[in-house]
Design a protein around this ligand. Structure first.
Ligand code: C5P
Length: 223
């Protein structure tokens, strides 16, 4: 198919990462979880005690950070922060609830977008995030916007955490997800937005396999 970039955007809990990873495997492409990159930088800022309100400090931190995504067949994506495997450490509620500061800072987003574009130039890939179809890869061959009802997205997150043996405070999780939605939709730079040419998939009543299949069908139809 030649060099190919496929963008999968949508709100938290819509199933983007799982779908994008499976789609990448199916098509033999790389996989880029951009949320993991925002999370990794958040983790570094929290560990360092960097003031999260200090945009300049966050941008400086981004410039002195190396984030690598290692996508090995049959394994969960490995996220390396300055060489350290932080794949699990970036999934804690503390990190999740503080990504907002990193994500709203234009200078940090500029650095992230640059990294992501470089990865997209090096290899064909499926990327998932919030702004891939609108900002990072406006010329992506395929743009999908994966949505699902709020309650279903909450339930998926709850199930995901429980499956990992994590105790879940459901009310708090719902509140956090609503806050994250609000922050994602309203930030000035790189907000969550449907690209005009995105194919919208509502996964509320679909399984992961069905969503992957729907994406594959769209891709084959247009190729
Ligand atoms: O997708 P995930 O939930 O792992 O993303 C973590 C956070 O990173 C999100 O809350 C979102 O605000 C931010 N993010 C972003 N732009 C992206 C991907 C994620 O702002 N492209």
């Amino acid at each position: 198919m030649g060099h190919l970039v496929i963008a999968v955007d949508g709100p938290a809990g819509a199933g983007k990462s799982t779908v994008a990873k499976r789609l990448a495997k199916r098509l033999g492409l790389g996989f880029m979880d951009t949320g993991a990159m925002y999370r990794a930088l958040t983790l570094k800022a929290l560990r360092r005690g960097t003031k999260l309100e200090d945009a300049e400090a966050l941008v400086a931190l981004a410039h002195e950070t190396a984030i690598d995504l290692v996508d090995e067949a049959g394994r969960p994506l490995k996220v390396l922060l300055d060489g350290e495997d932080v794949s699990d450490a970036i999934r804690t509620p503390e990190v999740t609830n503080n990504t907002f500061y990193i994500a709203r800072t234009p200078g940090v987003r500029a650095v992230m977008v640059e990294w992501q574009r470089r990865m997209g130039e090096k290899q064909s890939l499926v990327g998932d995030g919030r702004d891939l179809g609108t900002v990072v890869f406006p010329n992506a061959a395929f743009k999908f916007y994966l949505d699902a009802d709020f309650d279903v997205r909450c339930q998926r997150r709850i199930d995901e955490l429980r499956a990992k043996g994590v105790a879940v405070d459901e009310a708090a999780l719902k509140r956090d997800l609503a806050e994250r939605d609000h922050a994602d939709f309203t930030r000035k730079v790189g907000p969550l937005k449907k690209a005009e040419d995105a194919i919208i998939i509502d996964s509320t009543n679909m399984t992961i396999d069905e969503v992957v299949e729907a994406l594959v069908q769209h891709i084959h139809k247009q190729k």
